[in-house]
Write a protein that binds this ligand. Structure first.
Ligand code: 5AD
Ligand code: SF4
Length: 450
């Protein structure tokens, strides 16, 4: 590779989960700190970071085709310097270096704080790979958060020890690691000072977070939430994603006691069939999942539920798929994510017997999504007539129109006088499948719930 002039502009393209969105934001901040500016919309960037996801589909092939488009002038006029980051970088780093000579840097999710050094090398014409997994050294090495919008992500935990048999995360993101309590409280305070009014605590297995509080006592996610709820100016707390095995009594109680903790829970079930759940190594049954939700609802009756589903796991029969449809009806999800099973190299399920044909998966996914959609519409319709606080996130397309989120994470739009970051009281007056219309009742610091 030839030496080159240092890049003046960058673009980070993030794929996949919220964790990747967070990582993408942090990489952008890191590059900005090196004096590199974000490339304006529609203009070429000197440096493109492909922040990849490996969880489903042919992610690696997509990376190679993205690289091809960048180098052949299809995405932008001049070929940029290219960095591949994220989970594909972690899983296939060496291969990317061999197959894609146009890539200057390959950096795994635990190593991206080293981007500045790698960038210096790239400018000198040296290619480099860093897919080390040191225990979260990166968080200390990253720059402080600058001015941000009213909602912010805060990664509190990374990695996963659950080893669901379909999932690549334990291999790409490594073992579960919790960031220290003190660092998180400090970072949350800084986020609030920088403008955040809502913080979403992130982790592949956020409910497995554990630490020691400021008095040295063992503390779980609920303890952390209670502490963060004491921060003045922080109005809303959310967390994602959880595993049913880690939801303890204290967390359930916190949903009833901490008014800043929003009435929304994303708790993946994946399947409604106990045989499939066992083959997935999920450690819960359909029944134990339903009982757990009952306890959450007892603590917080208006809790909105969300989940993840996989159709076509190896060996899934029609009858087993019907059990998934049944659990969807039993829970009545406010919204959910559903996926076709995708074999991930190196995971146990990829070599299991009974791989389900694509047409069968397509048909099951359609039926599942129709059912989930029906419940989402019903949930939104049942919200009509309620009053709630909306956190204003951005302007709408029309003059005087604003968009924000309800406590139940529904998108709400309304017309009137407001500003980004306001918590306004609205009455929900009309429901669509994906958003609701609100009527402004009062601007200012509204109550959190209906
Ligand atoms: N195929 C399909 N979906 C998957 N997920 C994880 N791995 C796979 C896979 N191999 C889904 C699960 C998980 C979500 C983040 O992605 O539903 O909860
Ligand atoms: Fe993957 Fe299961 Fe861990 Fe979630 S809990 S990240 S699905 S292994």
């Amino acid at each position: 590779m030839k030496p080159t002039t240092p890049p003046k502009t960058y673009r980070v393209k993030s794929f996949g989960c919220q964790m990747n969105v967070y990582d993408g934001e942090r990489m952008a901040e890191l590059l900005a700190e090196q004096g590199i500016a974000p490339a304006p919309e529609g203009e070429d960037a000197d440096l493109v970071v492909l922040n990849t996801c490996h969880i489903r589909e042919k992610a690696a092939e997509k990376v190679y085709s993205d690289i091809g488009r960048l180098t052949k002038g299809k995405t932008q006029q001049k070929a940029p310097m290219i960095a591949v980051a994220g989970c594909v970088a972690q899983a296939e780093g060496e291969e990317i270096m061999v197959r894609a000579p146009a890539v200057s840097m390959v950096v795994g999710p635990q190593a991206y704080h080293r981007l500045p050094e790698m960038l210096d090398k790239a400018v000198r014409g040296e290619r480099s790979t860093d897919t080390d997994m040191p225990p979260i050294a990166k968080f200390d090495a990253l720059p402080a958060r600058r001015k941000i919008g009213p909602t912010a992500f805060l990664t509190i935990q990374e990695g996963c020890d659950k080893f669901c048999t379909y999932c690549v995360v334990p291999y790409t993101r490594g073992a579960e690691i919790s960031r220290p309590f003190k660092d998180l409280v400090t970072e949350a305070r800084k986020l609030v000072e920088a403008g955040a009014r809502e913080i979403t605590l992130l982790g592949q297995n956020v409910s497995a977070w554990s630490g020691e509080d400021d008095r040295g006592r063992a503390c779980g996610l609920a303890g952390l939430i209670r502490m963060l709820a004491g921060i003045d100016g922080l109005e809303r707390i959310r967390y994602t994603t959880s595993h049913p095995a880690d939801m303890d009594d204290d967390l359930i109680a916190a949903h009833g006691e901490v008014s800043k903790l929003m009435p929304y829970l994303h708790l993946p079930v994946q399947s409604g069939s106990d045989r499939v759940l066992k083959a997935m190594n999920r450690s819960h049954s359909a029944e134990s999942y339903l009982r757990l939700l009952e306890r959450f609802r007892a603590a917080r009756p208006d809790l909105a539920l969300s989940g993840d589903f996989i159709v076509g796991f190896p060996g899934e029969t029609d009858a087993e798929f019907e059990e998934t449809l049944r659990i969807v009806d039993q829970v009545g999800y406010a919204q959910a994510y559903s996926f076709k099973y995708s074999p991930r190299p190196g995971t146990p399920a990829a070599t299991m017997d009974g791989q389900v044909p694509r047409e069968v998966m397509d048909e099951r996914l359609q039926r599942l999504q129709a059912a989930l959609n029906r419940h989402q519409v019903a949930f939104n319709q049942a919200s009509v007539g309620k009053s709630c606080a909306v956190l204003v996130e951005r302007k709408g397309k029309l003059d005087g129109q604003w968009l924000g989120k309800s406590p139940w994470l529904q998108s709400v739009w309304f017309t009137g006088t407001a500003a980004i970051g306001d918590l306004v009281d609205v009455e929900l007056i009309e429901a669509g499948a994906n958003s609701l219309e609100g009527r402004l009742s009062r601007v200012g610091d509204a109550q959190q719930t209906a």
